[in-house]
Design a protein around this ligand. Structure first.
Ligand code: ZN
Length: 190
């Protein structure tokens, strides 16, 4: 029963209840700073109506498209921005105040409703580079084998320890996992 429910959905276009999950190439045109860009998502995971062929978008589909658009325009993705804010242990409000950009604007970037300008993107990157650099210095970790923080609590423990020890180790933001858990520490060769 639950399997049936998983694909039971009404097509908003034709009203038929016959929808299948598919993986298809998808191309769209995006306007950004006065230029039109053609962006292709090679493998969009989306639901498609068996009756009329309409692709039915949801939050996840929109995210896949938004990520592809940002990647092609070489802009930070919403996920990148969100992750960095989280790594810096800031709220959206605090972040907005620090970088001096309206909170509503940041919300629109994060929801994918708006694409940041190239100028704003540079500002974001510069801000994160500086702050993450500071964090890296402050943490200056530790990173002995098996000493990789996997939770916020664990991270704070490592942080405190690192501040005391003052070793210089490079934290690497990986592309998966939670923000806190995604901070791994590579041991310095020295
Ligand atoms: Zn349909």
């Amino acid at each position: 029963m639950s399997e049936k429910q998983a694909v039971q959905m009404t097509c908003p276009e034709c009203g038929q209840e016959a929808v299948e999950p598919v993986c298809v190439p998808y191309t769209l045109e995006v306007q950004h700073e006065g230029k039109t860009h053609s962006v292709t998502v090679p493998q969009l995971k989306v639901r498609r109506c068996l009756a009329c062929g309409e692709l039915i978008f949801d939050g996840d589909t929109n995210r896949q498209v938004s990520d592809a658009v940002h990647e092609q325009l070489q802009l930070m993705s919403a996920e990148d921005i969100r992750k960095n804010i989280s790594v810096l242990n800031m709220t959206q409000k605090e972040f907005a105040a620090e970088i001096d950009i309206a909170e509503a604007t940041i919300s629109r970037w994060l929801s994918g409703a708006m694409i940041q300008s190239r100028q704003s993107d540079r500002r974001l990157r510069k801000f994160f580079e500086q702050r993450l650099g500071m964090l890296r210095k402050e943490i200056g970790p530790i990173a002995r084998q098996g000493d990789r923080p996997t939770s916020e609590e664990d991270f704070k423990r490592c942080w405190l320890k690192a501040v005391k020890v003052g070793n210089e180790v490079q934290p690497i933001l990986t592309s998966c996992g939670t923000a806190w858990g995604s901070i791994c520490y590579a041991e310095n060769a020295a």
